[in-house]
Design a protein around this ligand. Sequence first.
Ligand code: GLA
Length: 386
Amino acid sequence: MPRPAIELFRKTFGTIPRSAASAPGRVNLIGEHTDYNGGPVLPIAIAERTTSVVGPGPADASGILETVSTRYPTVTRVRWQEELPTGWSAYVAGVLRELWTFGAIPPGGSVRIAVASEVPVGAGLSSSAALSVSAAKAIATFAGATLTPRQIAGVAYRAEHDHVGVRCGVMDQTIASLAKRDRALLLECASLAVQHIPFRARLMLVDTGVKHDLSAGSLNERRAECEAAVKRLKFELPELMWLASWPVHWLPRLKRALPEPLRSRAVHVVGETARTRFAAELLARGKMKQFGQLLYESHESCRRLYACSAPELDTVVAAAKRAGALGARLTGAGWGGAAIVLVRERGRGTGERVAKAIRSAFRKAYGREPDIRPVKSSAGVRTERV
Ligand code: GLA
């Protein structure tokens, strides 16, 4: 697995890397746009991983970061304490700044890093968390520091949130760090309580090929709307800290208190919070039909209330439903990217039939076919041999 990154490191820097780590991408089963609102999420880690390999920086300089990746083979060189590079290297610089607060960087603070990734970028599969979590682990290991998976997740989250400036929640970095194979992770984002729930269902990933770029602002805009909603709702409930904590049986009161579009955004968050907790219970009890139904409902709420879907995603979900899939919805932030489809083992609604129906509906609408593949679950961050 770390081969391509090791080869790239050697070729680029002419030396051997000293540590390596990999972290997975993820799909979120349900609980969309709830994490930064203090609600629950239910992701699984996927088999596609990002590998970071690390070695000492140039001998004559301190505080230097040099990065290279199989996707962008030109070396970027920055003084990471003073400047934040553009593009993907900014995540690594953010990771270094955060590791520095743990004393988990090598003496002199110079590192070289080479990255190879199987996680598609811009598909809503959290390629950025796979990058920052694997980089955090590889750099900490190189520095001889032992950080817990929770600490690694925290470093990666603050790198993205505080330094790169994407106002994401904690879901992606947490699942990339804590995931277990064949388990979904129920994460309560206010308390950070976690529960690993067995997940062995048949799931397909449909990548619409519509790219989204989170640093472009849609996520930040939604988050600002949610914060504005909380500010107004505090007149009703002064103790309210998180939008997701608004009691679901008080929805009529919430609707009266908020103007559009804050009302729609808030109704999504409160409804999705209840749906996600219920879905986790159904999953634990093996009630896949009802679980799947909640995936459809979640998609509808994302589309209509949170306005974070895209026509291509709606086409996929509608075709999956017509073909008898148990459930389907966009996964990740939305505005493009991928959908997940929960299929049956036999009869109507099996993977093959549903995939065929999706391909044909998509071709009719857009003149091309989406990429469809089975989702295999995987485990969280781990060190790799160099
Ligand atoms: C992005 C963010 C996550 C989460 C999802 C939406 O993936 O990085 O923290 O907010 O969007 O659920």
